[in-house]
Design a protein around this ligand. Structure first.
Ligand SMILES: Cc1ncc(COP(=O)(O)O)c(C=O)c1O
Length: 368
């Protein structure tokens, strides 16, 4: 699905040198590279605070821990996504409330958000799935009306810009109160291990989240609140510092591949290609089709037999996961229940060639 080796080969010398510098200076923990990368990312996103941490799951947990929520408080999030978002909600004794998604853009449905708000709702966590932002203008409107906090899960959409109706733009992850991301190797901005970050313009939340990442401490051996140990490794930060200036070109090459796939697949009646909303730049972390002839699994097997990778993101929505499913009515999620059986993601990455895309599409067209 990705080709991280070829991508590395193009930056090999700089990356190797940066890793060596961390090792030779023994600046392994919270070294210069971490501070420099955080500052570079603040500039890139035009956000006041970037707080690096251990991974994208920790980023979500730390964001929620900073909000002084209490057990039973309800957090709305998409049911059609990776487990991390809901897992940390449950881990903190909060109540995940799953919301169905929009059938065209796979993101949290605005109507369904409205339906699921109760007096206990405190936070909305939209997940910008596959590289395209949820409808943040509407989500922000609802949050203002109801006094809710927004945490944007930007693990799949870093590098995307959101366009408001008045023409102004903001980076994905900087529209709500807090944004979180993951630097998992296959992400659009990926390191060579685990990594994550939290973004905010709010000084108080930033101070709180910084403390939480560091055992609840501002001053060594003084612990004010319960925290965690969640740090971005200096070696990973050094690698990310080299890759960040390349993020826009990484996103455009993904977009170029996606547009070519969509153009070549436009005449296949049983395939629905991804919709690009006017309000969000799509950075195509995934290129995800809907297979409308009921033969998604057969197509996947056919592609496997021709050595073409494809993946189902996500085969089981969160409301059907064993860990959460009690007291949840499956019928409340008609869109996700359909998507689990018809989505199929094709390879998409920075090194994909036109020739490979042509070959993949030609093979798909041979499928009966
Ligand atoms: C939407 C989303 N949120 C959170 C995460 C968790 O990130 P990490 O693997 O860095 O903990 C992921 C990772 O795949 C993700 O896709």
């Amino acid at each position: 699905m990705v080709d991280l080796k070829t991508q590395y080969k193009k930056i090999e010398l700089e990356v190797d040198e940066a890793i060596k510098e961390v090792i030779t200076t023994s600046n392994f923990i919270n070294g210069r590279a971490v501070k420099e990368f955080a500052s570079d990312l603040e500039n890139y996103l035009s956000v006041k605070h970037v707080i690096p941490c251990g991974n994208g799951t920790d980023a979500l947990q730390i964001a929620l821990m900073a909000l002084n929520l209490k057990p039973g408080d309800e957090i709305l999030t998409s049911t059609f996504t990776f487990i991390a978002t809901a897992e940390v909600i449950a881990l903190l004794g909060l109540t995940p409330v799953f919301v169905d998604v929009d059938p065209d853009n796979f993101n949290i449905s605005i109507d369904e958000i409205r339906k699921n708000i109760t007096s206990k709702t405190k936070v909305i966590i939209p997940v910008h799935l596959y590289g395209q932002c949820a409808n943040m203008e509407e989500i922000t409107k609802i949050a203002k009306e109801k006094g809710l906090i927004i945490i944007e899960d930007t693990a799949q959409a870093i590098g995307s810009n959101y366009k408001f109706k008045d023409g102004s733009t903001k980076s994905a992850g900087t529209i709500g109160d807090i944004g979180t991301t993951s630097f998992f190797p296959s992400k659009n901005l990926g390191c060579y291990g685990d990594g994550g970050a939290i973004f905010t313009d709010n000084d108080e939340l930033a101070e709180q989240m910084k403390m939480i990442t560091n055992h609840g401490s501002r001053i060594k051996y003084n612990h004010e609140i319960v925290g965690v140990n969640s740090r971005l490794d200096s070696i990973q930060a050094a690698i990310l510092k080299i890759k960040l200036p390349l993020l826009d070109s990484y996103c455009s090459s993904r977009r170029k591949s996606a547009l070519l796939y969509s153009k070549l697949l436009a005449d296949v009646s049983w395939i629905k290609t991804p919709l690009i909303e006017d309000y969000s730049e799509h950075v195509f972390h995934q290129y995800t089709l809907q297979i409308k002839n009921g033969k998604r699994d057969e197509l996947k097997e056919f592609l496997d037999s021709k050595n073409i990778s494809s993946m189902v993101y996500y085969p089981i929505p969160l409301h059907k996961q064993k860990v959460f499913k009690k007291d949840i009515n499956n019928d409340d999620y008609p869109v996700s229940n359909l998507l689990e059986s018809n989505v199929l993601s094709l390879p998409i990455h920075t090194e994909l060639t036109e020739e490979t895309i042509n070959y993949i599409v030609k093979t798909i067209k041979q499928f009966k």
